[in-house]
Design a protein around this ligand. Structure first.
Ligand SMILES: C[S@@+](CC[C@H](N)C(=O)[O-])C[C@H]1O[C@@H](n2cnc3c(N)ncnc32)[C@H](O)[C@@H]1O
Length: 412
């Protein structure tokens, strides 16, 4: 990256977006998308530079705030530009950063040994302490480092339309190199980022962006053609699409959510993927006596496993007891609709036991008719080698987003 090559339009936009994220707790990706939509003339390089400034700042926020001695977005952005080598003090001065030389001096003089491990790792203190207790100091540092990386671009090949080999070929024809993901049987990982939406393979529904971990979680449902399945917290349908493909688009797949607007975002994705077995609805519209062969509860959670994609999510104040109560309530509501012998899969993208193991343990102790199934066995028959009672995916171990999944069978 050239030094001193941040242009004024890039700088102004990066500072404005970072300010909105820090002060109004808004999502960085949404803000950037909206800003770029309004600035159609802004080129790819400009956009990349703005994105890098914003995300770089958020990935290292606690350290940069310590050096800055405050939370002012322009100061944080300036320190990030200096620290990453994207600019120097002269370059920043030309952008109107009056205190550029002082910031450069402060950065050079900063003693990193004065940082706590949680500040260095850019993790809230309480979460850092929980991870150290569970994983130890070294693995917590490895986890935090993994969560500060940019996530790779993972795709799921839509088996309703093509094979993985055909998708690789189609991407190669667009000069994109894709290799099979290590664990998910239909996953591909791109060697570099690309504008996916303009690709024929995307427009024709051969590929869908989906983290490898999310693909594995959908496999835990072990959905089969002809079953009646509910995706209870379907959102915009990432896992619904994967479930529909496992079902070979045969049977009934109910995509449910408390938020109807999120469900609507699934419609173009279903159309592209050629999926017809899905019906959308609110959770309260499910008839009381309707039973499913399997229900996936992909519960709302702290999203600690997704910090690679949403580094600002770590700024959110968490009320873990309230989240756990909501998760338990959703799980209990969904459980009423599992047929005897059917499966109930509880999943989150959280890396915290309070939202995962503890929720499942409490549920099973109150709902004696449900018993745990072995996640490793369910995955092995689908060609996935991830032994364990539950599915636990860690960014530092598996290179995926962080996920938890547990499968329960209704015995009576
Ligand atoms: C983790 S997101 C789901 C992501 C989605 N499954 C995917 O793979 O893209 C959690 C979802 O739960 C929904 N939700 C929140 N409260 C709910 C409730 N009480 N019942 C059902 N869904 C709820 C949210 O609207 C959100 O879409």
């Amino acid at each position: 990256m050239n030094r001193a090559r941040i242009f004024p339009a890039q700088w102004t936009l990066a500072c404005a977006v970072l300010d909105a994220v820090l002060r109004e707790h808004r999502a960085a990706d949404r803000l950037l998308q909206a800003a770029f939509r309004e600035r159609r003339a802004m080129g790819g390089r400009d956009r990349a530079r703005v994105t890098e400034l914003v995300y770089g700042s958020l990935r290292d926020l606690r350290r940069l705030q310590r050096i800055a001695g405050g939370t002012d977005a322009a100061t944080i952005c300036a320190l990030q530009a200096l620290d990453s080598g994207m600019s120097d003090a002269d370059g920043l001065a030309r952008l109107g950063v009056a205190q550029a030389p002082a910031l450069a001096a402060r950065l050079a003089d900063f003693d990193p040994s004065t940082l706590t491990a949680a500040e260095r790792d850019n993790v809230p203190d309480a979460i850092h302490a929980a991870w150290v207790e569970r994983l130890g100091v070294d693995e917590t540092a490895a986890l935090a480092a993994a969560l500060r990386q940019q996530a790779p671009v993972d795709l799921r090949v839509n088996a309703l339309k093509c094979t993985r080999a055909q998708a690789i070929e189609a991407l190669a024809a667009a000069n994109l190199s894709a290799t099979p993901t290590p664990l998910a049987p239909l996953g591909l990982r791109l060697a570099e980022r690309a504008a996916l939406t303009s690709l024929p393979a995307y427009r024709d529904g051969w590929i869908e962006p989906q983290d490898e971990g999310s693909q594995l979680l959908a496999l835990l449902v072990a959905a089969r053609p002809g079953e009646r399945i509910a995706d209870w917290c379907a959102g915009a349908g990432g896992k619904t699409l994967a479930l529909a493909a496992s079902m070979q688009d045969r049977g009934e797949l109910w995509a449910l959510d408390a938020d109807a607007r999120r469900l609507q975002r699934m419609l173009p994705r279903l159309g592209r993927a050629g999926v017809r077995c899905v019906r959308l609805g609110g959770v309260d519209a499910v008839p009381a006596d309707l039973c499913f062969d399997a229900i996936l509860v992909d519960a709302p959670c702290s999203a600690t496993g997704t910090w690679r994609r949403q580094p600002e999510a770590r700024l959110k104040a968490l009320d873990l007891p309230a989240l756990a109560r909501l998760q338990a309530q959703i799980l209990a509501q969904a459980a009423r609709h599992v047929r005897p012998g059917g499966r109930l899969v509880y999943a989150t993208c959280s890396l915290l036991a309070e939202e995962n193991e503890q929720v499942v343990r409490a549920f099973v102790s109150e709902h004696r008719q449900f018993e745990p199934m072995n996640a490793g066995d369910l995955l092995r028959v689908q060609g996935v080698d991830l032994p364990g009672e539950c599915l636990r995916l860690w960014p530092q171990r598996h290179g995926t987003d962080g996920f938890f999944g547990a499968c329960l069978r209704r015995c009576g």
